[in-house]
Design a protein around this ligand. Structure first.
Ligand SMILES: Nc1ncnc2c1ncn2[C@@H]1O[C@H](COP(=O)(O)OP(=O)(O)OP(=O)(O)O)[C@@H](O)[C@H]1O
Length: 312
């Protein structure tokens, strides 16, 4: 038996270049084992590229990646990691039962009962050919194969995008139960911010191929404030921009709103004369994610827990 690594993912200066263009660049972070982590970012941010490297489908052009303590180049990671690709590739001519049998034959830790339960709860006939299933049914079979493998790390590329709301609710419940019962780590890319907020306790935000934010949700959210008030001319007050990190700001008429990372206490607005003429309130996770994605040039925020220590 191997000693379990405390880190499910350790990326160090990871990069991927297609021809002359970097799709992923200087990506360094670590993800503690047992977390449910969302990877969020606009189209083309580099999410599938990262997941493809982690799934050994793509070779990195730079840097290092370790999964569950094992270098991604080592075939030993194959047993420990399952990957559900965005297009859910399966053999269309196999029946559902044959697909699960293949999973059993390829995976020493295969759990047939969990795989069958997932398929049956969606009323997907075991004797149906995969090529005749609907998109959502195929996703369910692909989920069954990924879960049946009983991986330590589950990589999911937009897993819920073609599921109906009932199936989404059921499979996200199953995912959370799996994590709680077996300590599985999940990394899932998603554009559904409500789903991210509900399911995930760790976040990675990519934009333009670079990591913009990383860390536990319960540390990232309190690191931000939403400030609104009277603009100074057509600008956000200098007292804010000079003392705090402004992620995103807007001025509309005589009002401004800004999502900031306070670098110290913020003066509160009590209405008293001489008081700062603005209000500050905690933003929602969705407000933070949208601002962060809209502002790829804002300073990155990588929380201490997600920092990858580089070798001295
Ligand atoms: N095989 C390829 N050849 C050339 N460029 C590619 C290739 N695959 C991806 N790219 C480019 O790399 C960048 C990152 O793509 P990637 O698919 O990783 O983004 P993503 O964040 O997963 O996007 P989406 O949310 O749209 O799925 C994009 O600019 C894309 O055009």
């Amino acid at each position: 038996m191997h000693d379990p690594s405390p880190w499910a993912i350790e990326a160090e200066d990871l990069g991927k270049q297609y021809r002359r263009r970097w799709a992923l660049q200087e990506c360094s972070f670590r993800l503690p084992a047992g977390r449910v982590c969302a990877m969020v970012g606009p189209n083309g941010a580099g999410k599938s590229t990262f997941l493809g490297i982690a799934a050994r489908l793509l070779q990195p052009s730079a840097g290092n990646l370790r999964l569950c303590g094992v270098p991604v180049s080592d075939p030993a990671v194959l047993k420990r990691v399952a990957y559900l690709a965005q297009n859910k590739p399966l053999y269309p001519r196999f029946t559902v039962a044959e697909t699960l049998r293949l999973g059993r034959e390829l995976n020493p830790r295969w759990d047939q009962s969990v795989a069958e339960r997932i398929v049956r709860s969606g009323n997907v006939p075991l004797d149906a050919r995969v090529g005749t299933l609907s998109g959502g049914q195929r996703t369910r079979v692909a989920f069954a194969v990924a879960f049946g493998k009983r991986p330590e790390l589950l990589l999911l590329d937009e897993p819920m995008s073609d599921l109906d709301p009932l199936a989404r609710d059921e499979l996200s419940g199953l995912l959370m139960a799996e994590v709680a019962e077996h300590g599985t780590t999940v990394l899932m890319s998603s554009h559904m911010l409500a789903e991210v907020e509900e399911m995930c306790d760790y976040l990675l935000v990519l934009a333009g191929g670079r990591l913009r934010m990383a860390g536990p949700t319960d540390a990232l959210v309190p690191a931000h404030m939403l400030v609104t008030g009277r603009a100074v001319g057509d600008r956000v007050p200098a007292e804010l921009t000079e003392r705090h990190t402004v992620v995103e700001s807007r001025v509309s008429g005589r009002q401004f709103s800004a999502l900031i990372r306070p670098e110290g206490p913020l003066p509160s607005h009590s209405g008293a004369p001489g008081d700062a003429p603005w209000d500050a309130m905690p933003p929602s996770l969705e407000e933070i994610l949208l601002a962060c994605m809209r502002s790829p040039d804002a300073p990155a925020l990588i929380m201490d827990e997600a920092l990858k220590e580089t070798a001295a």
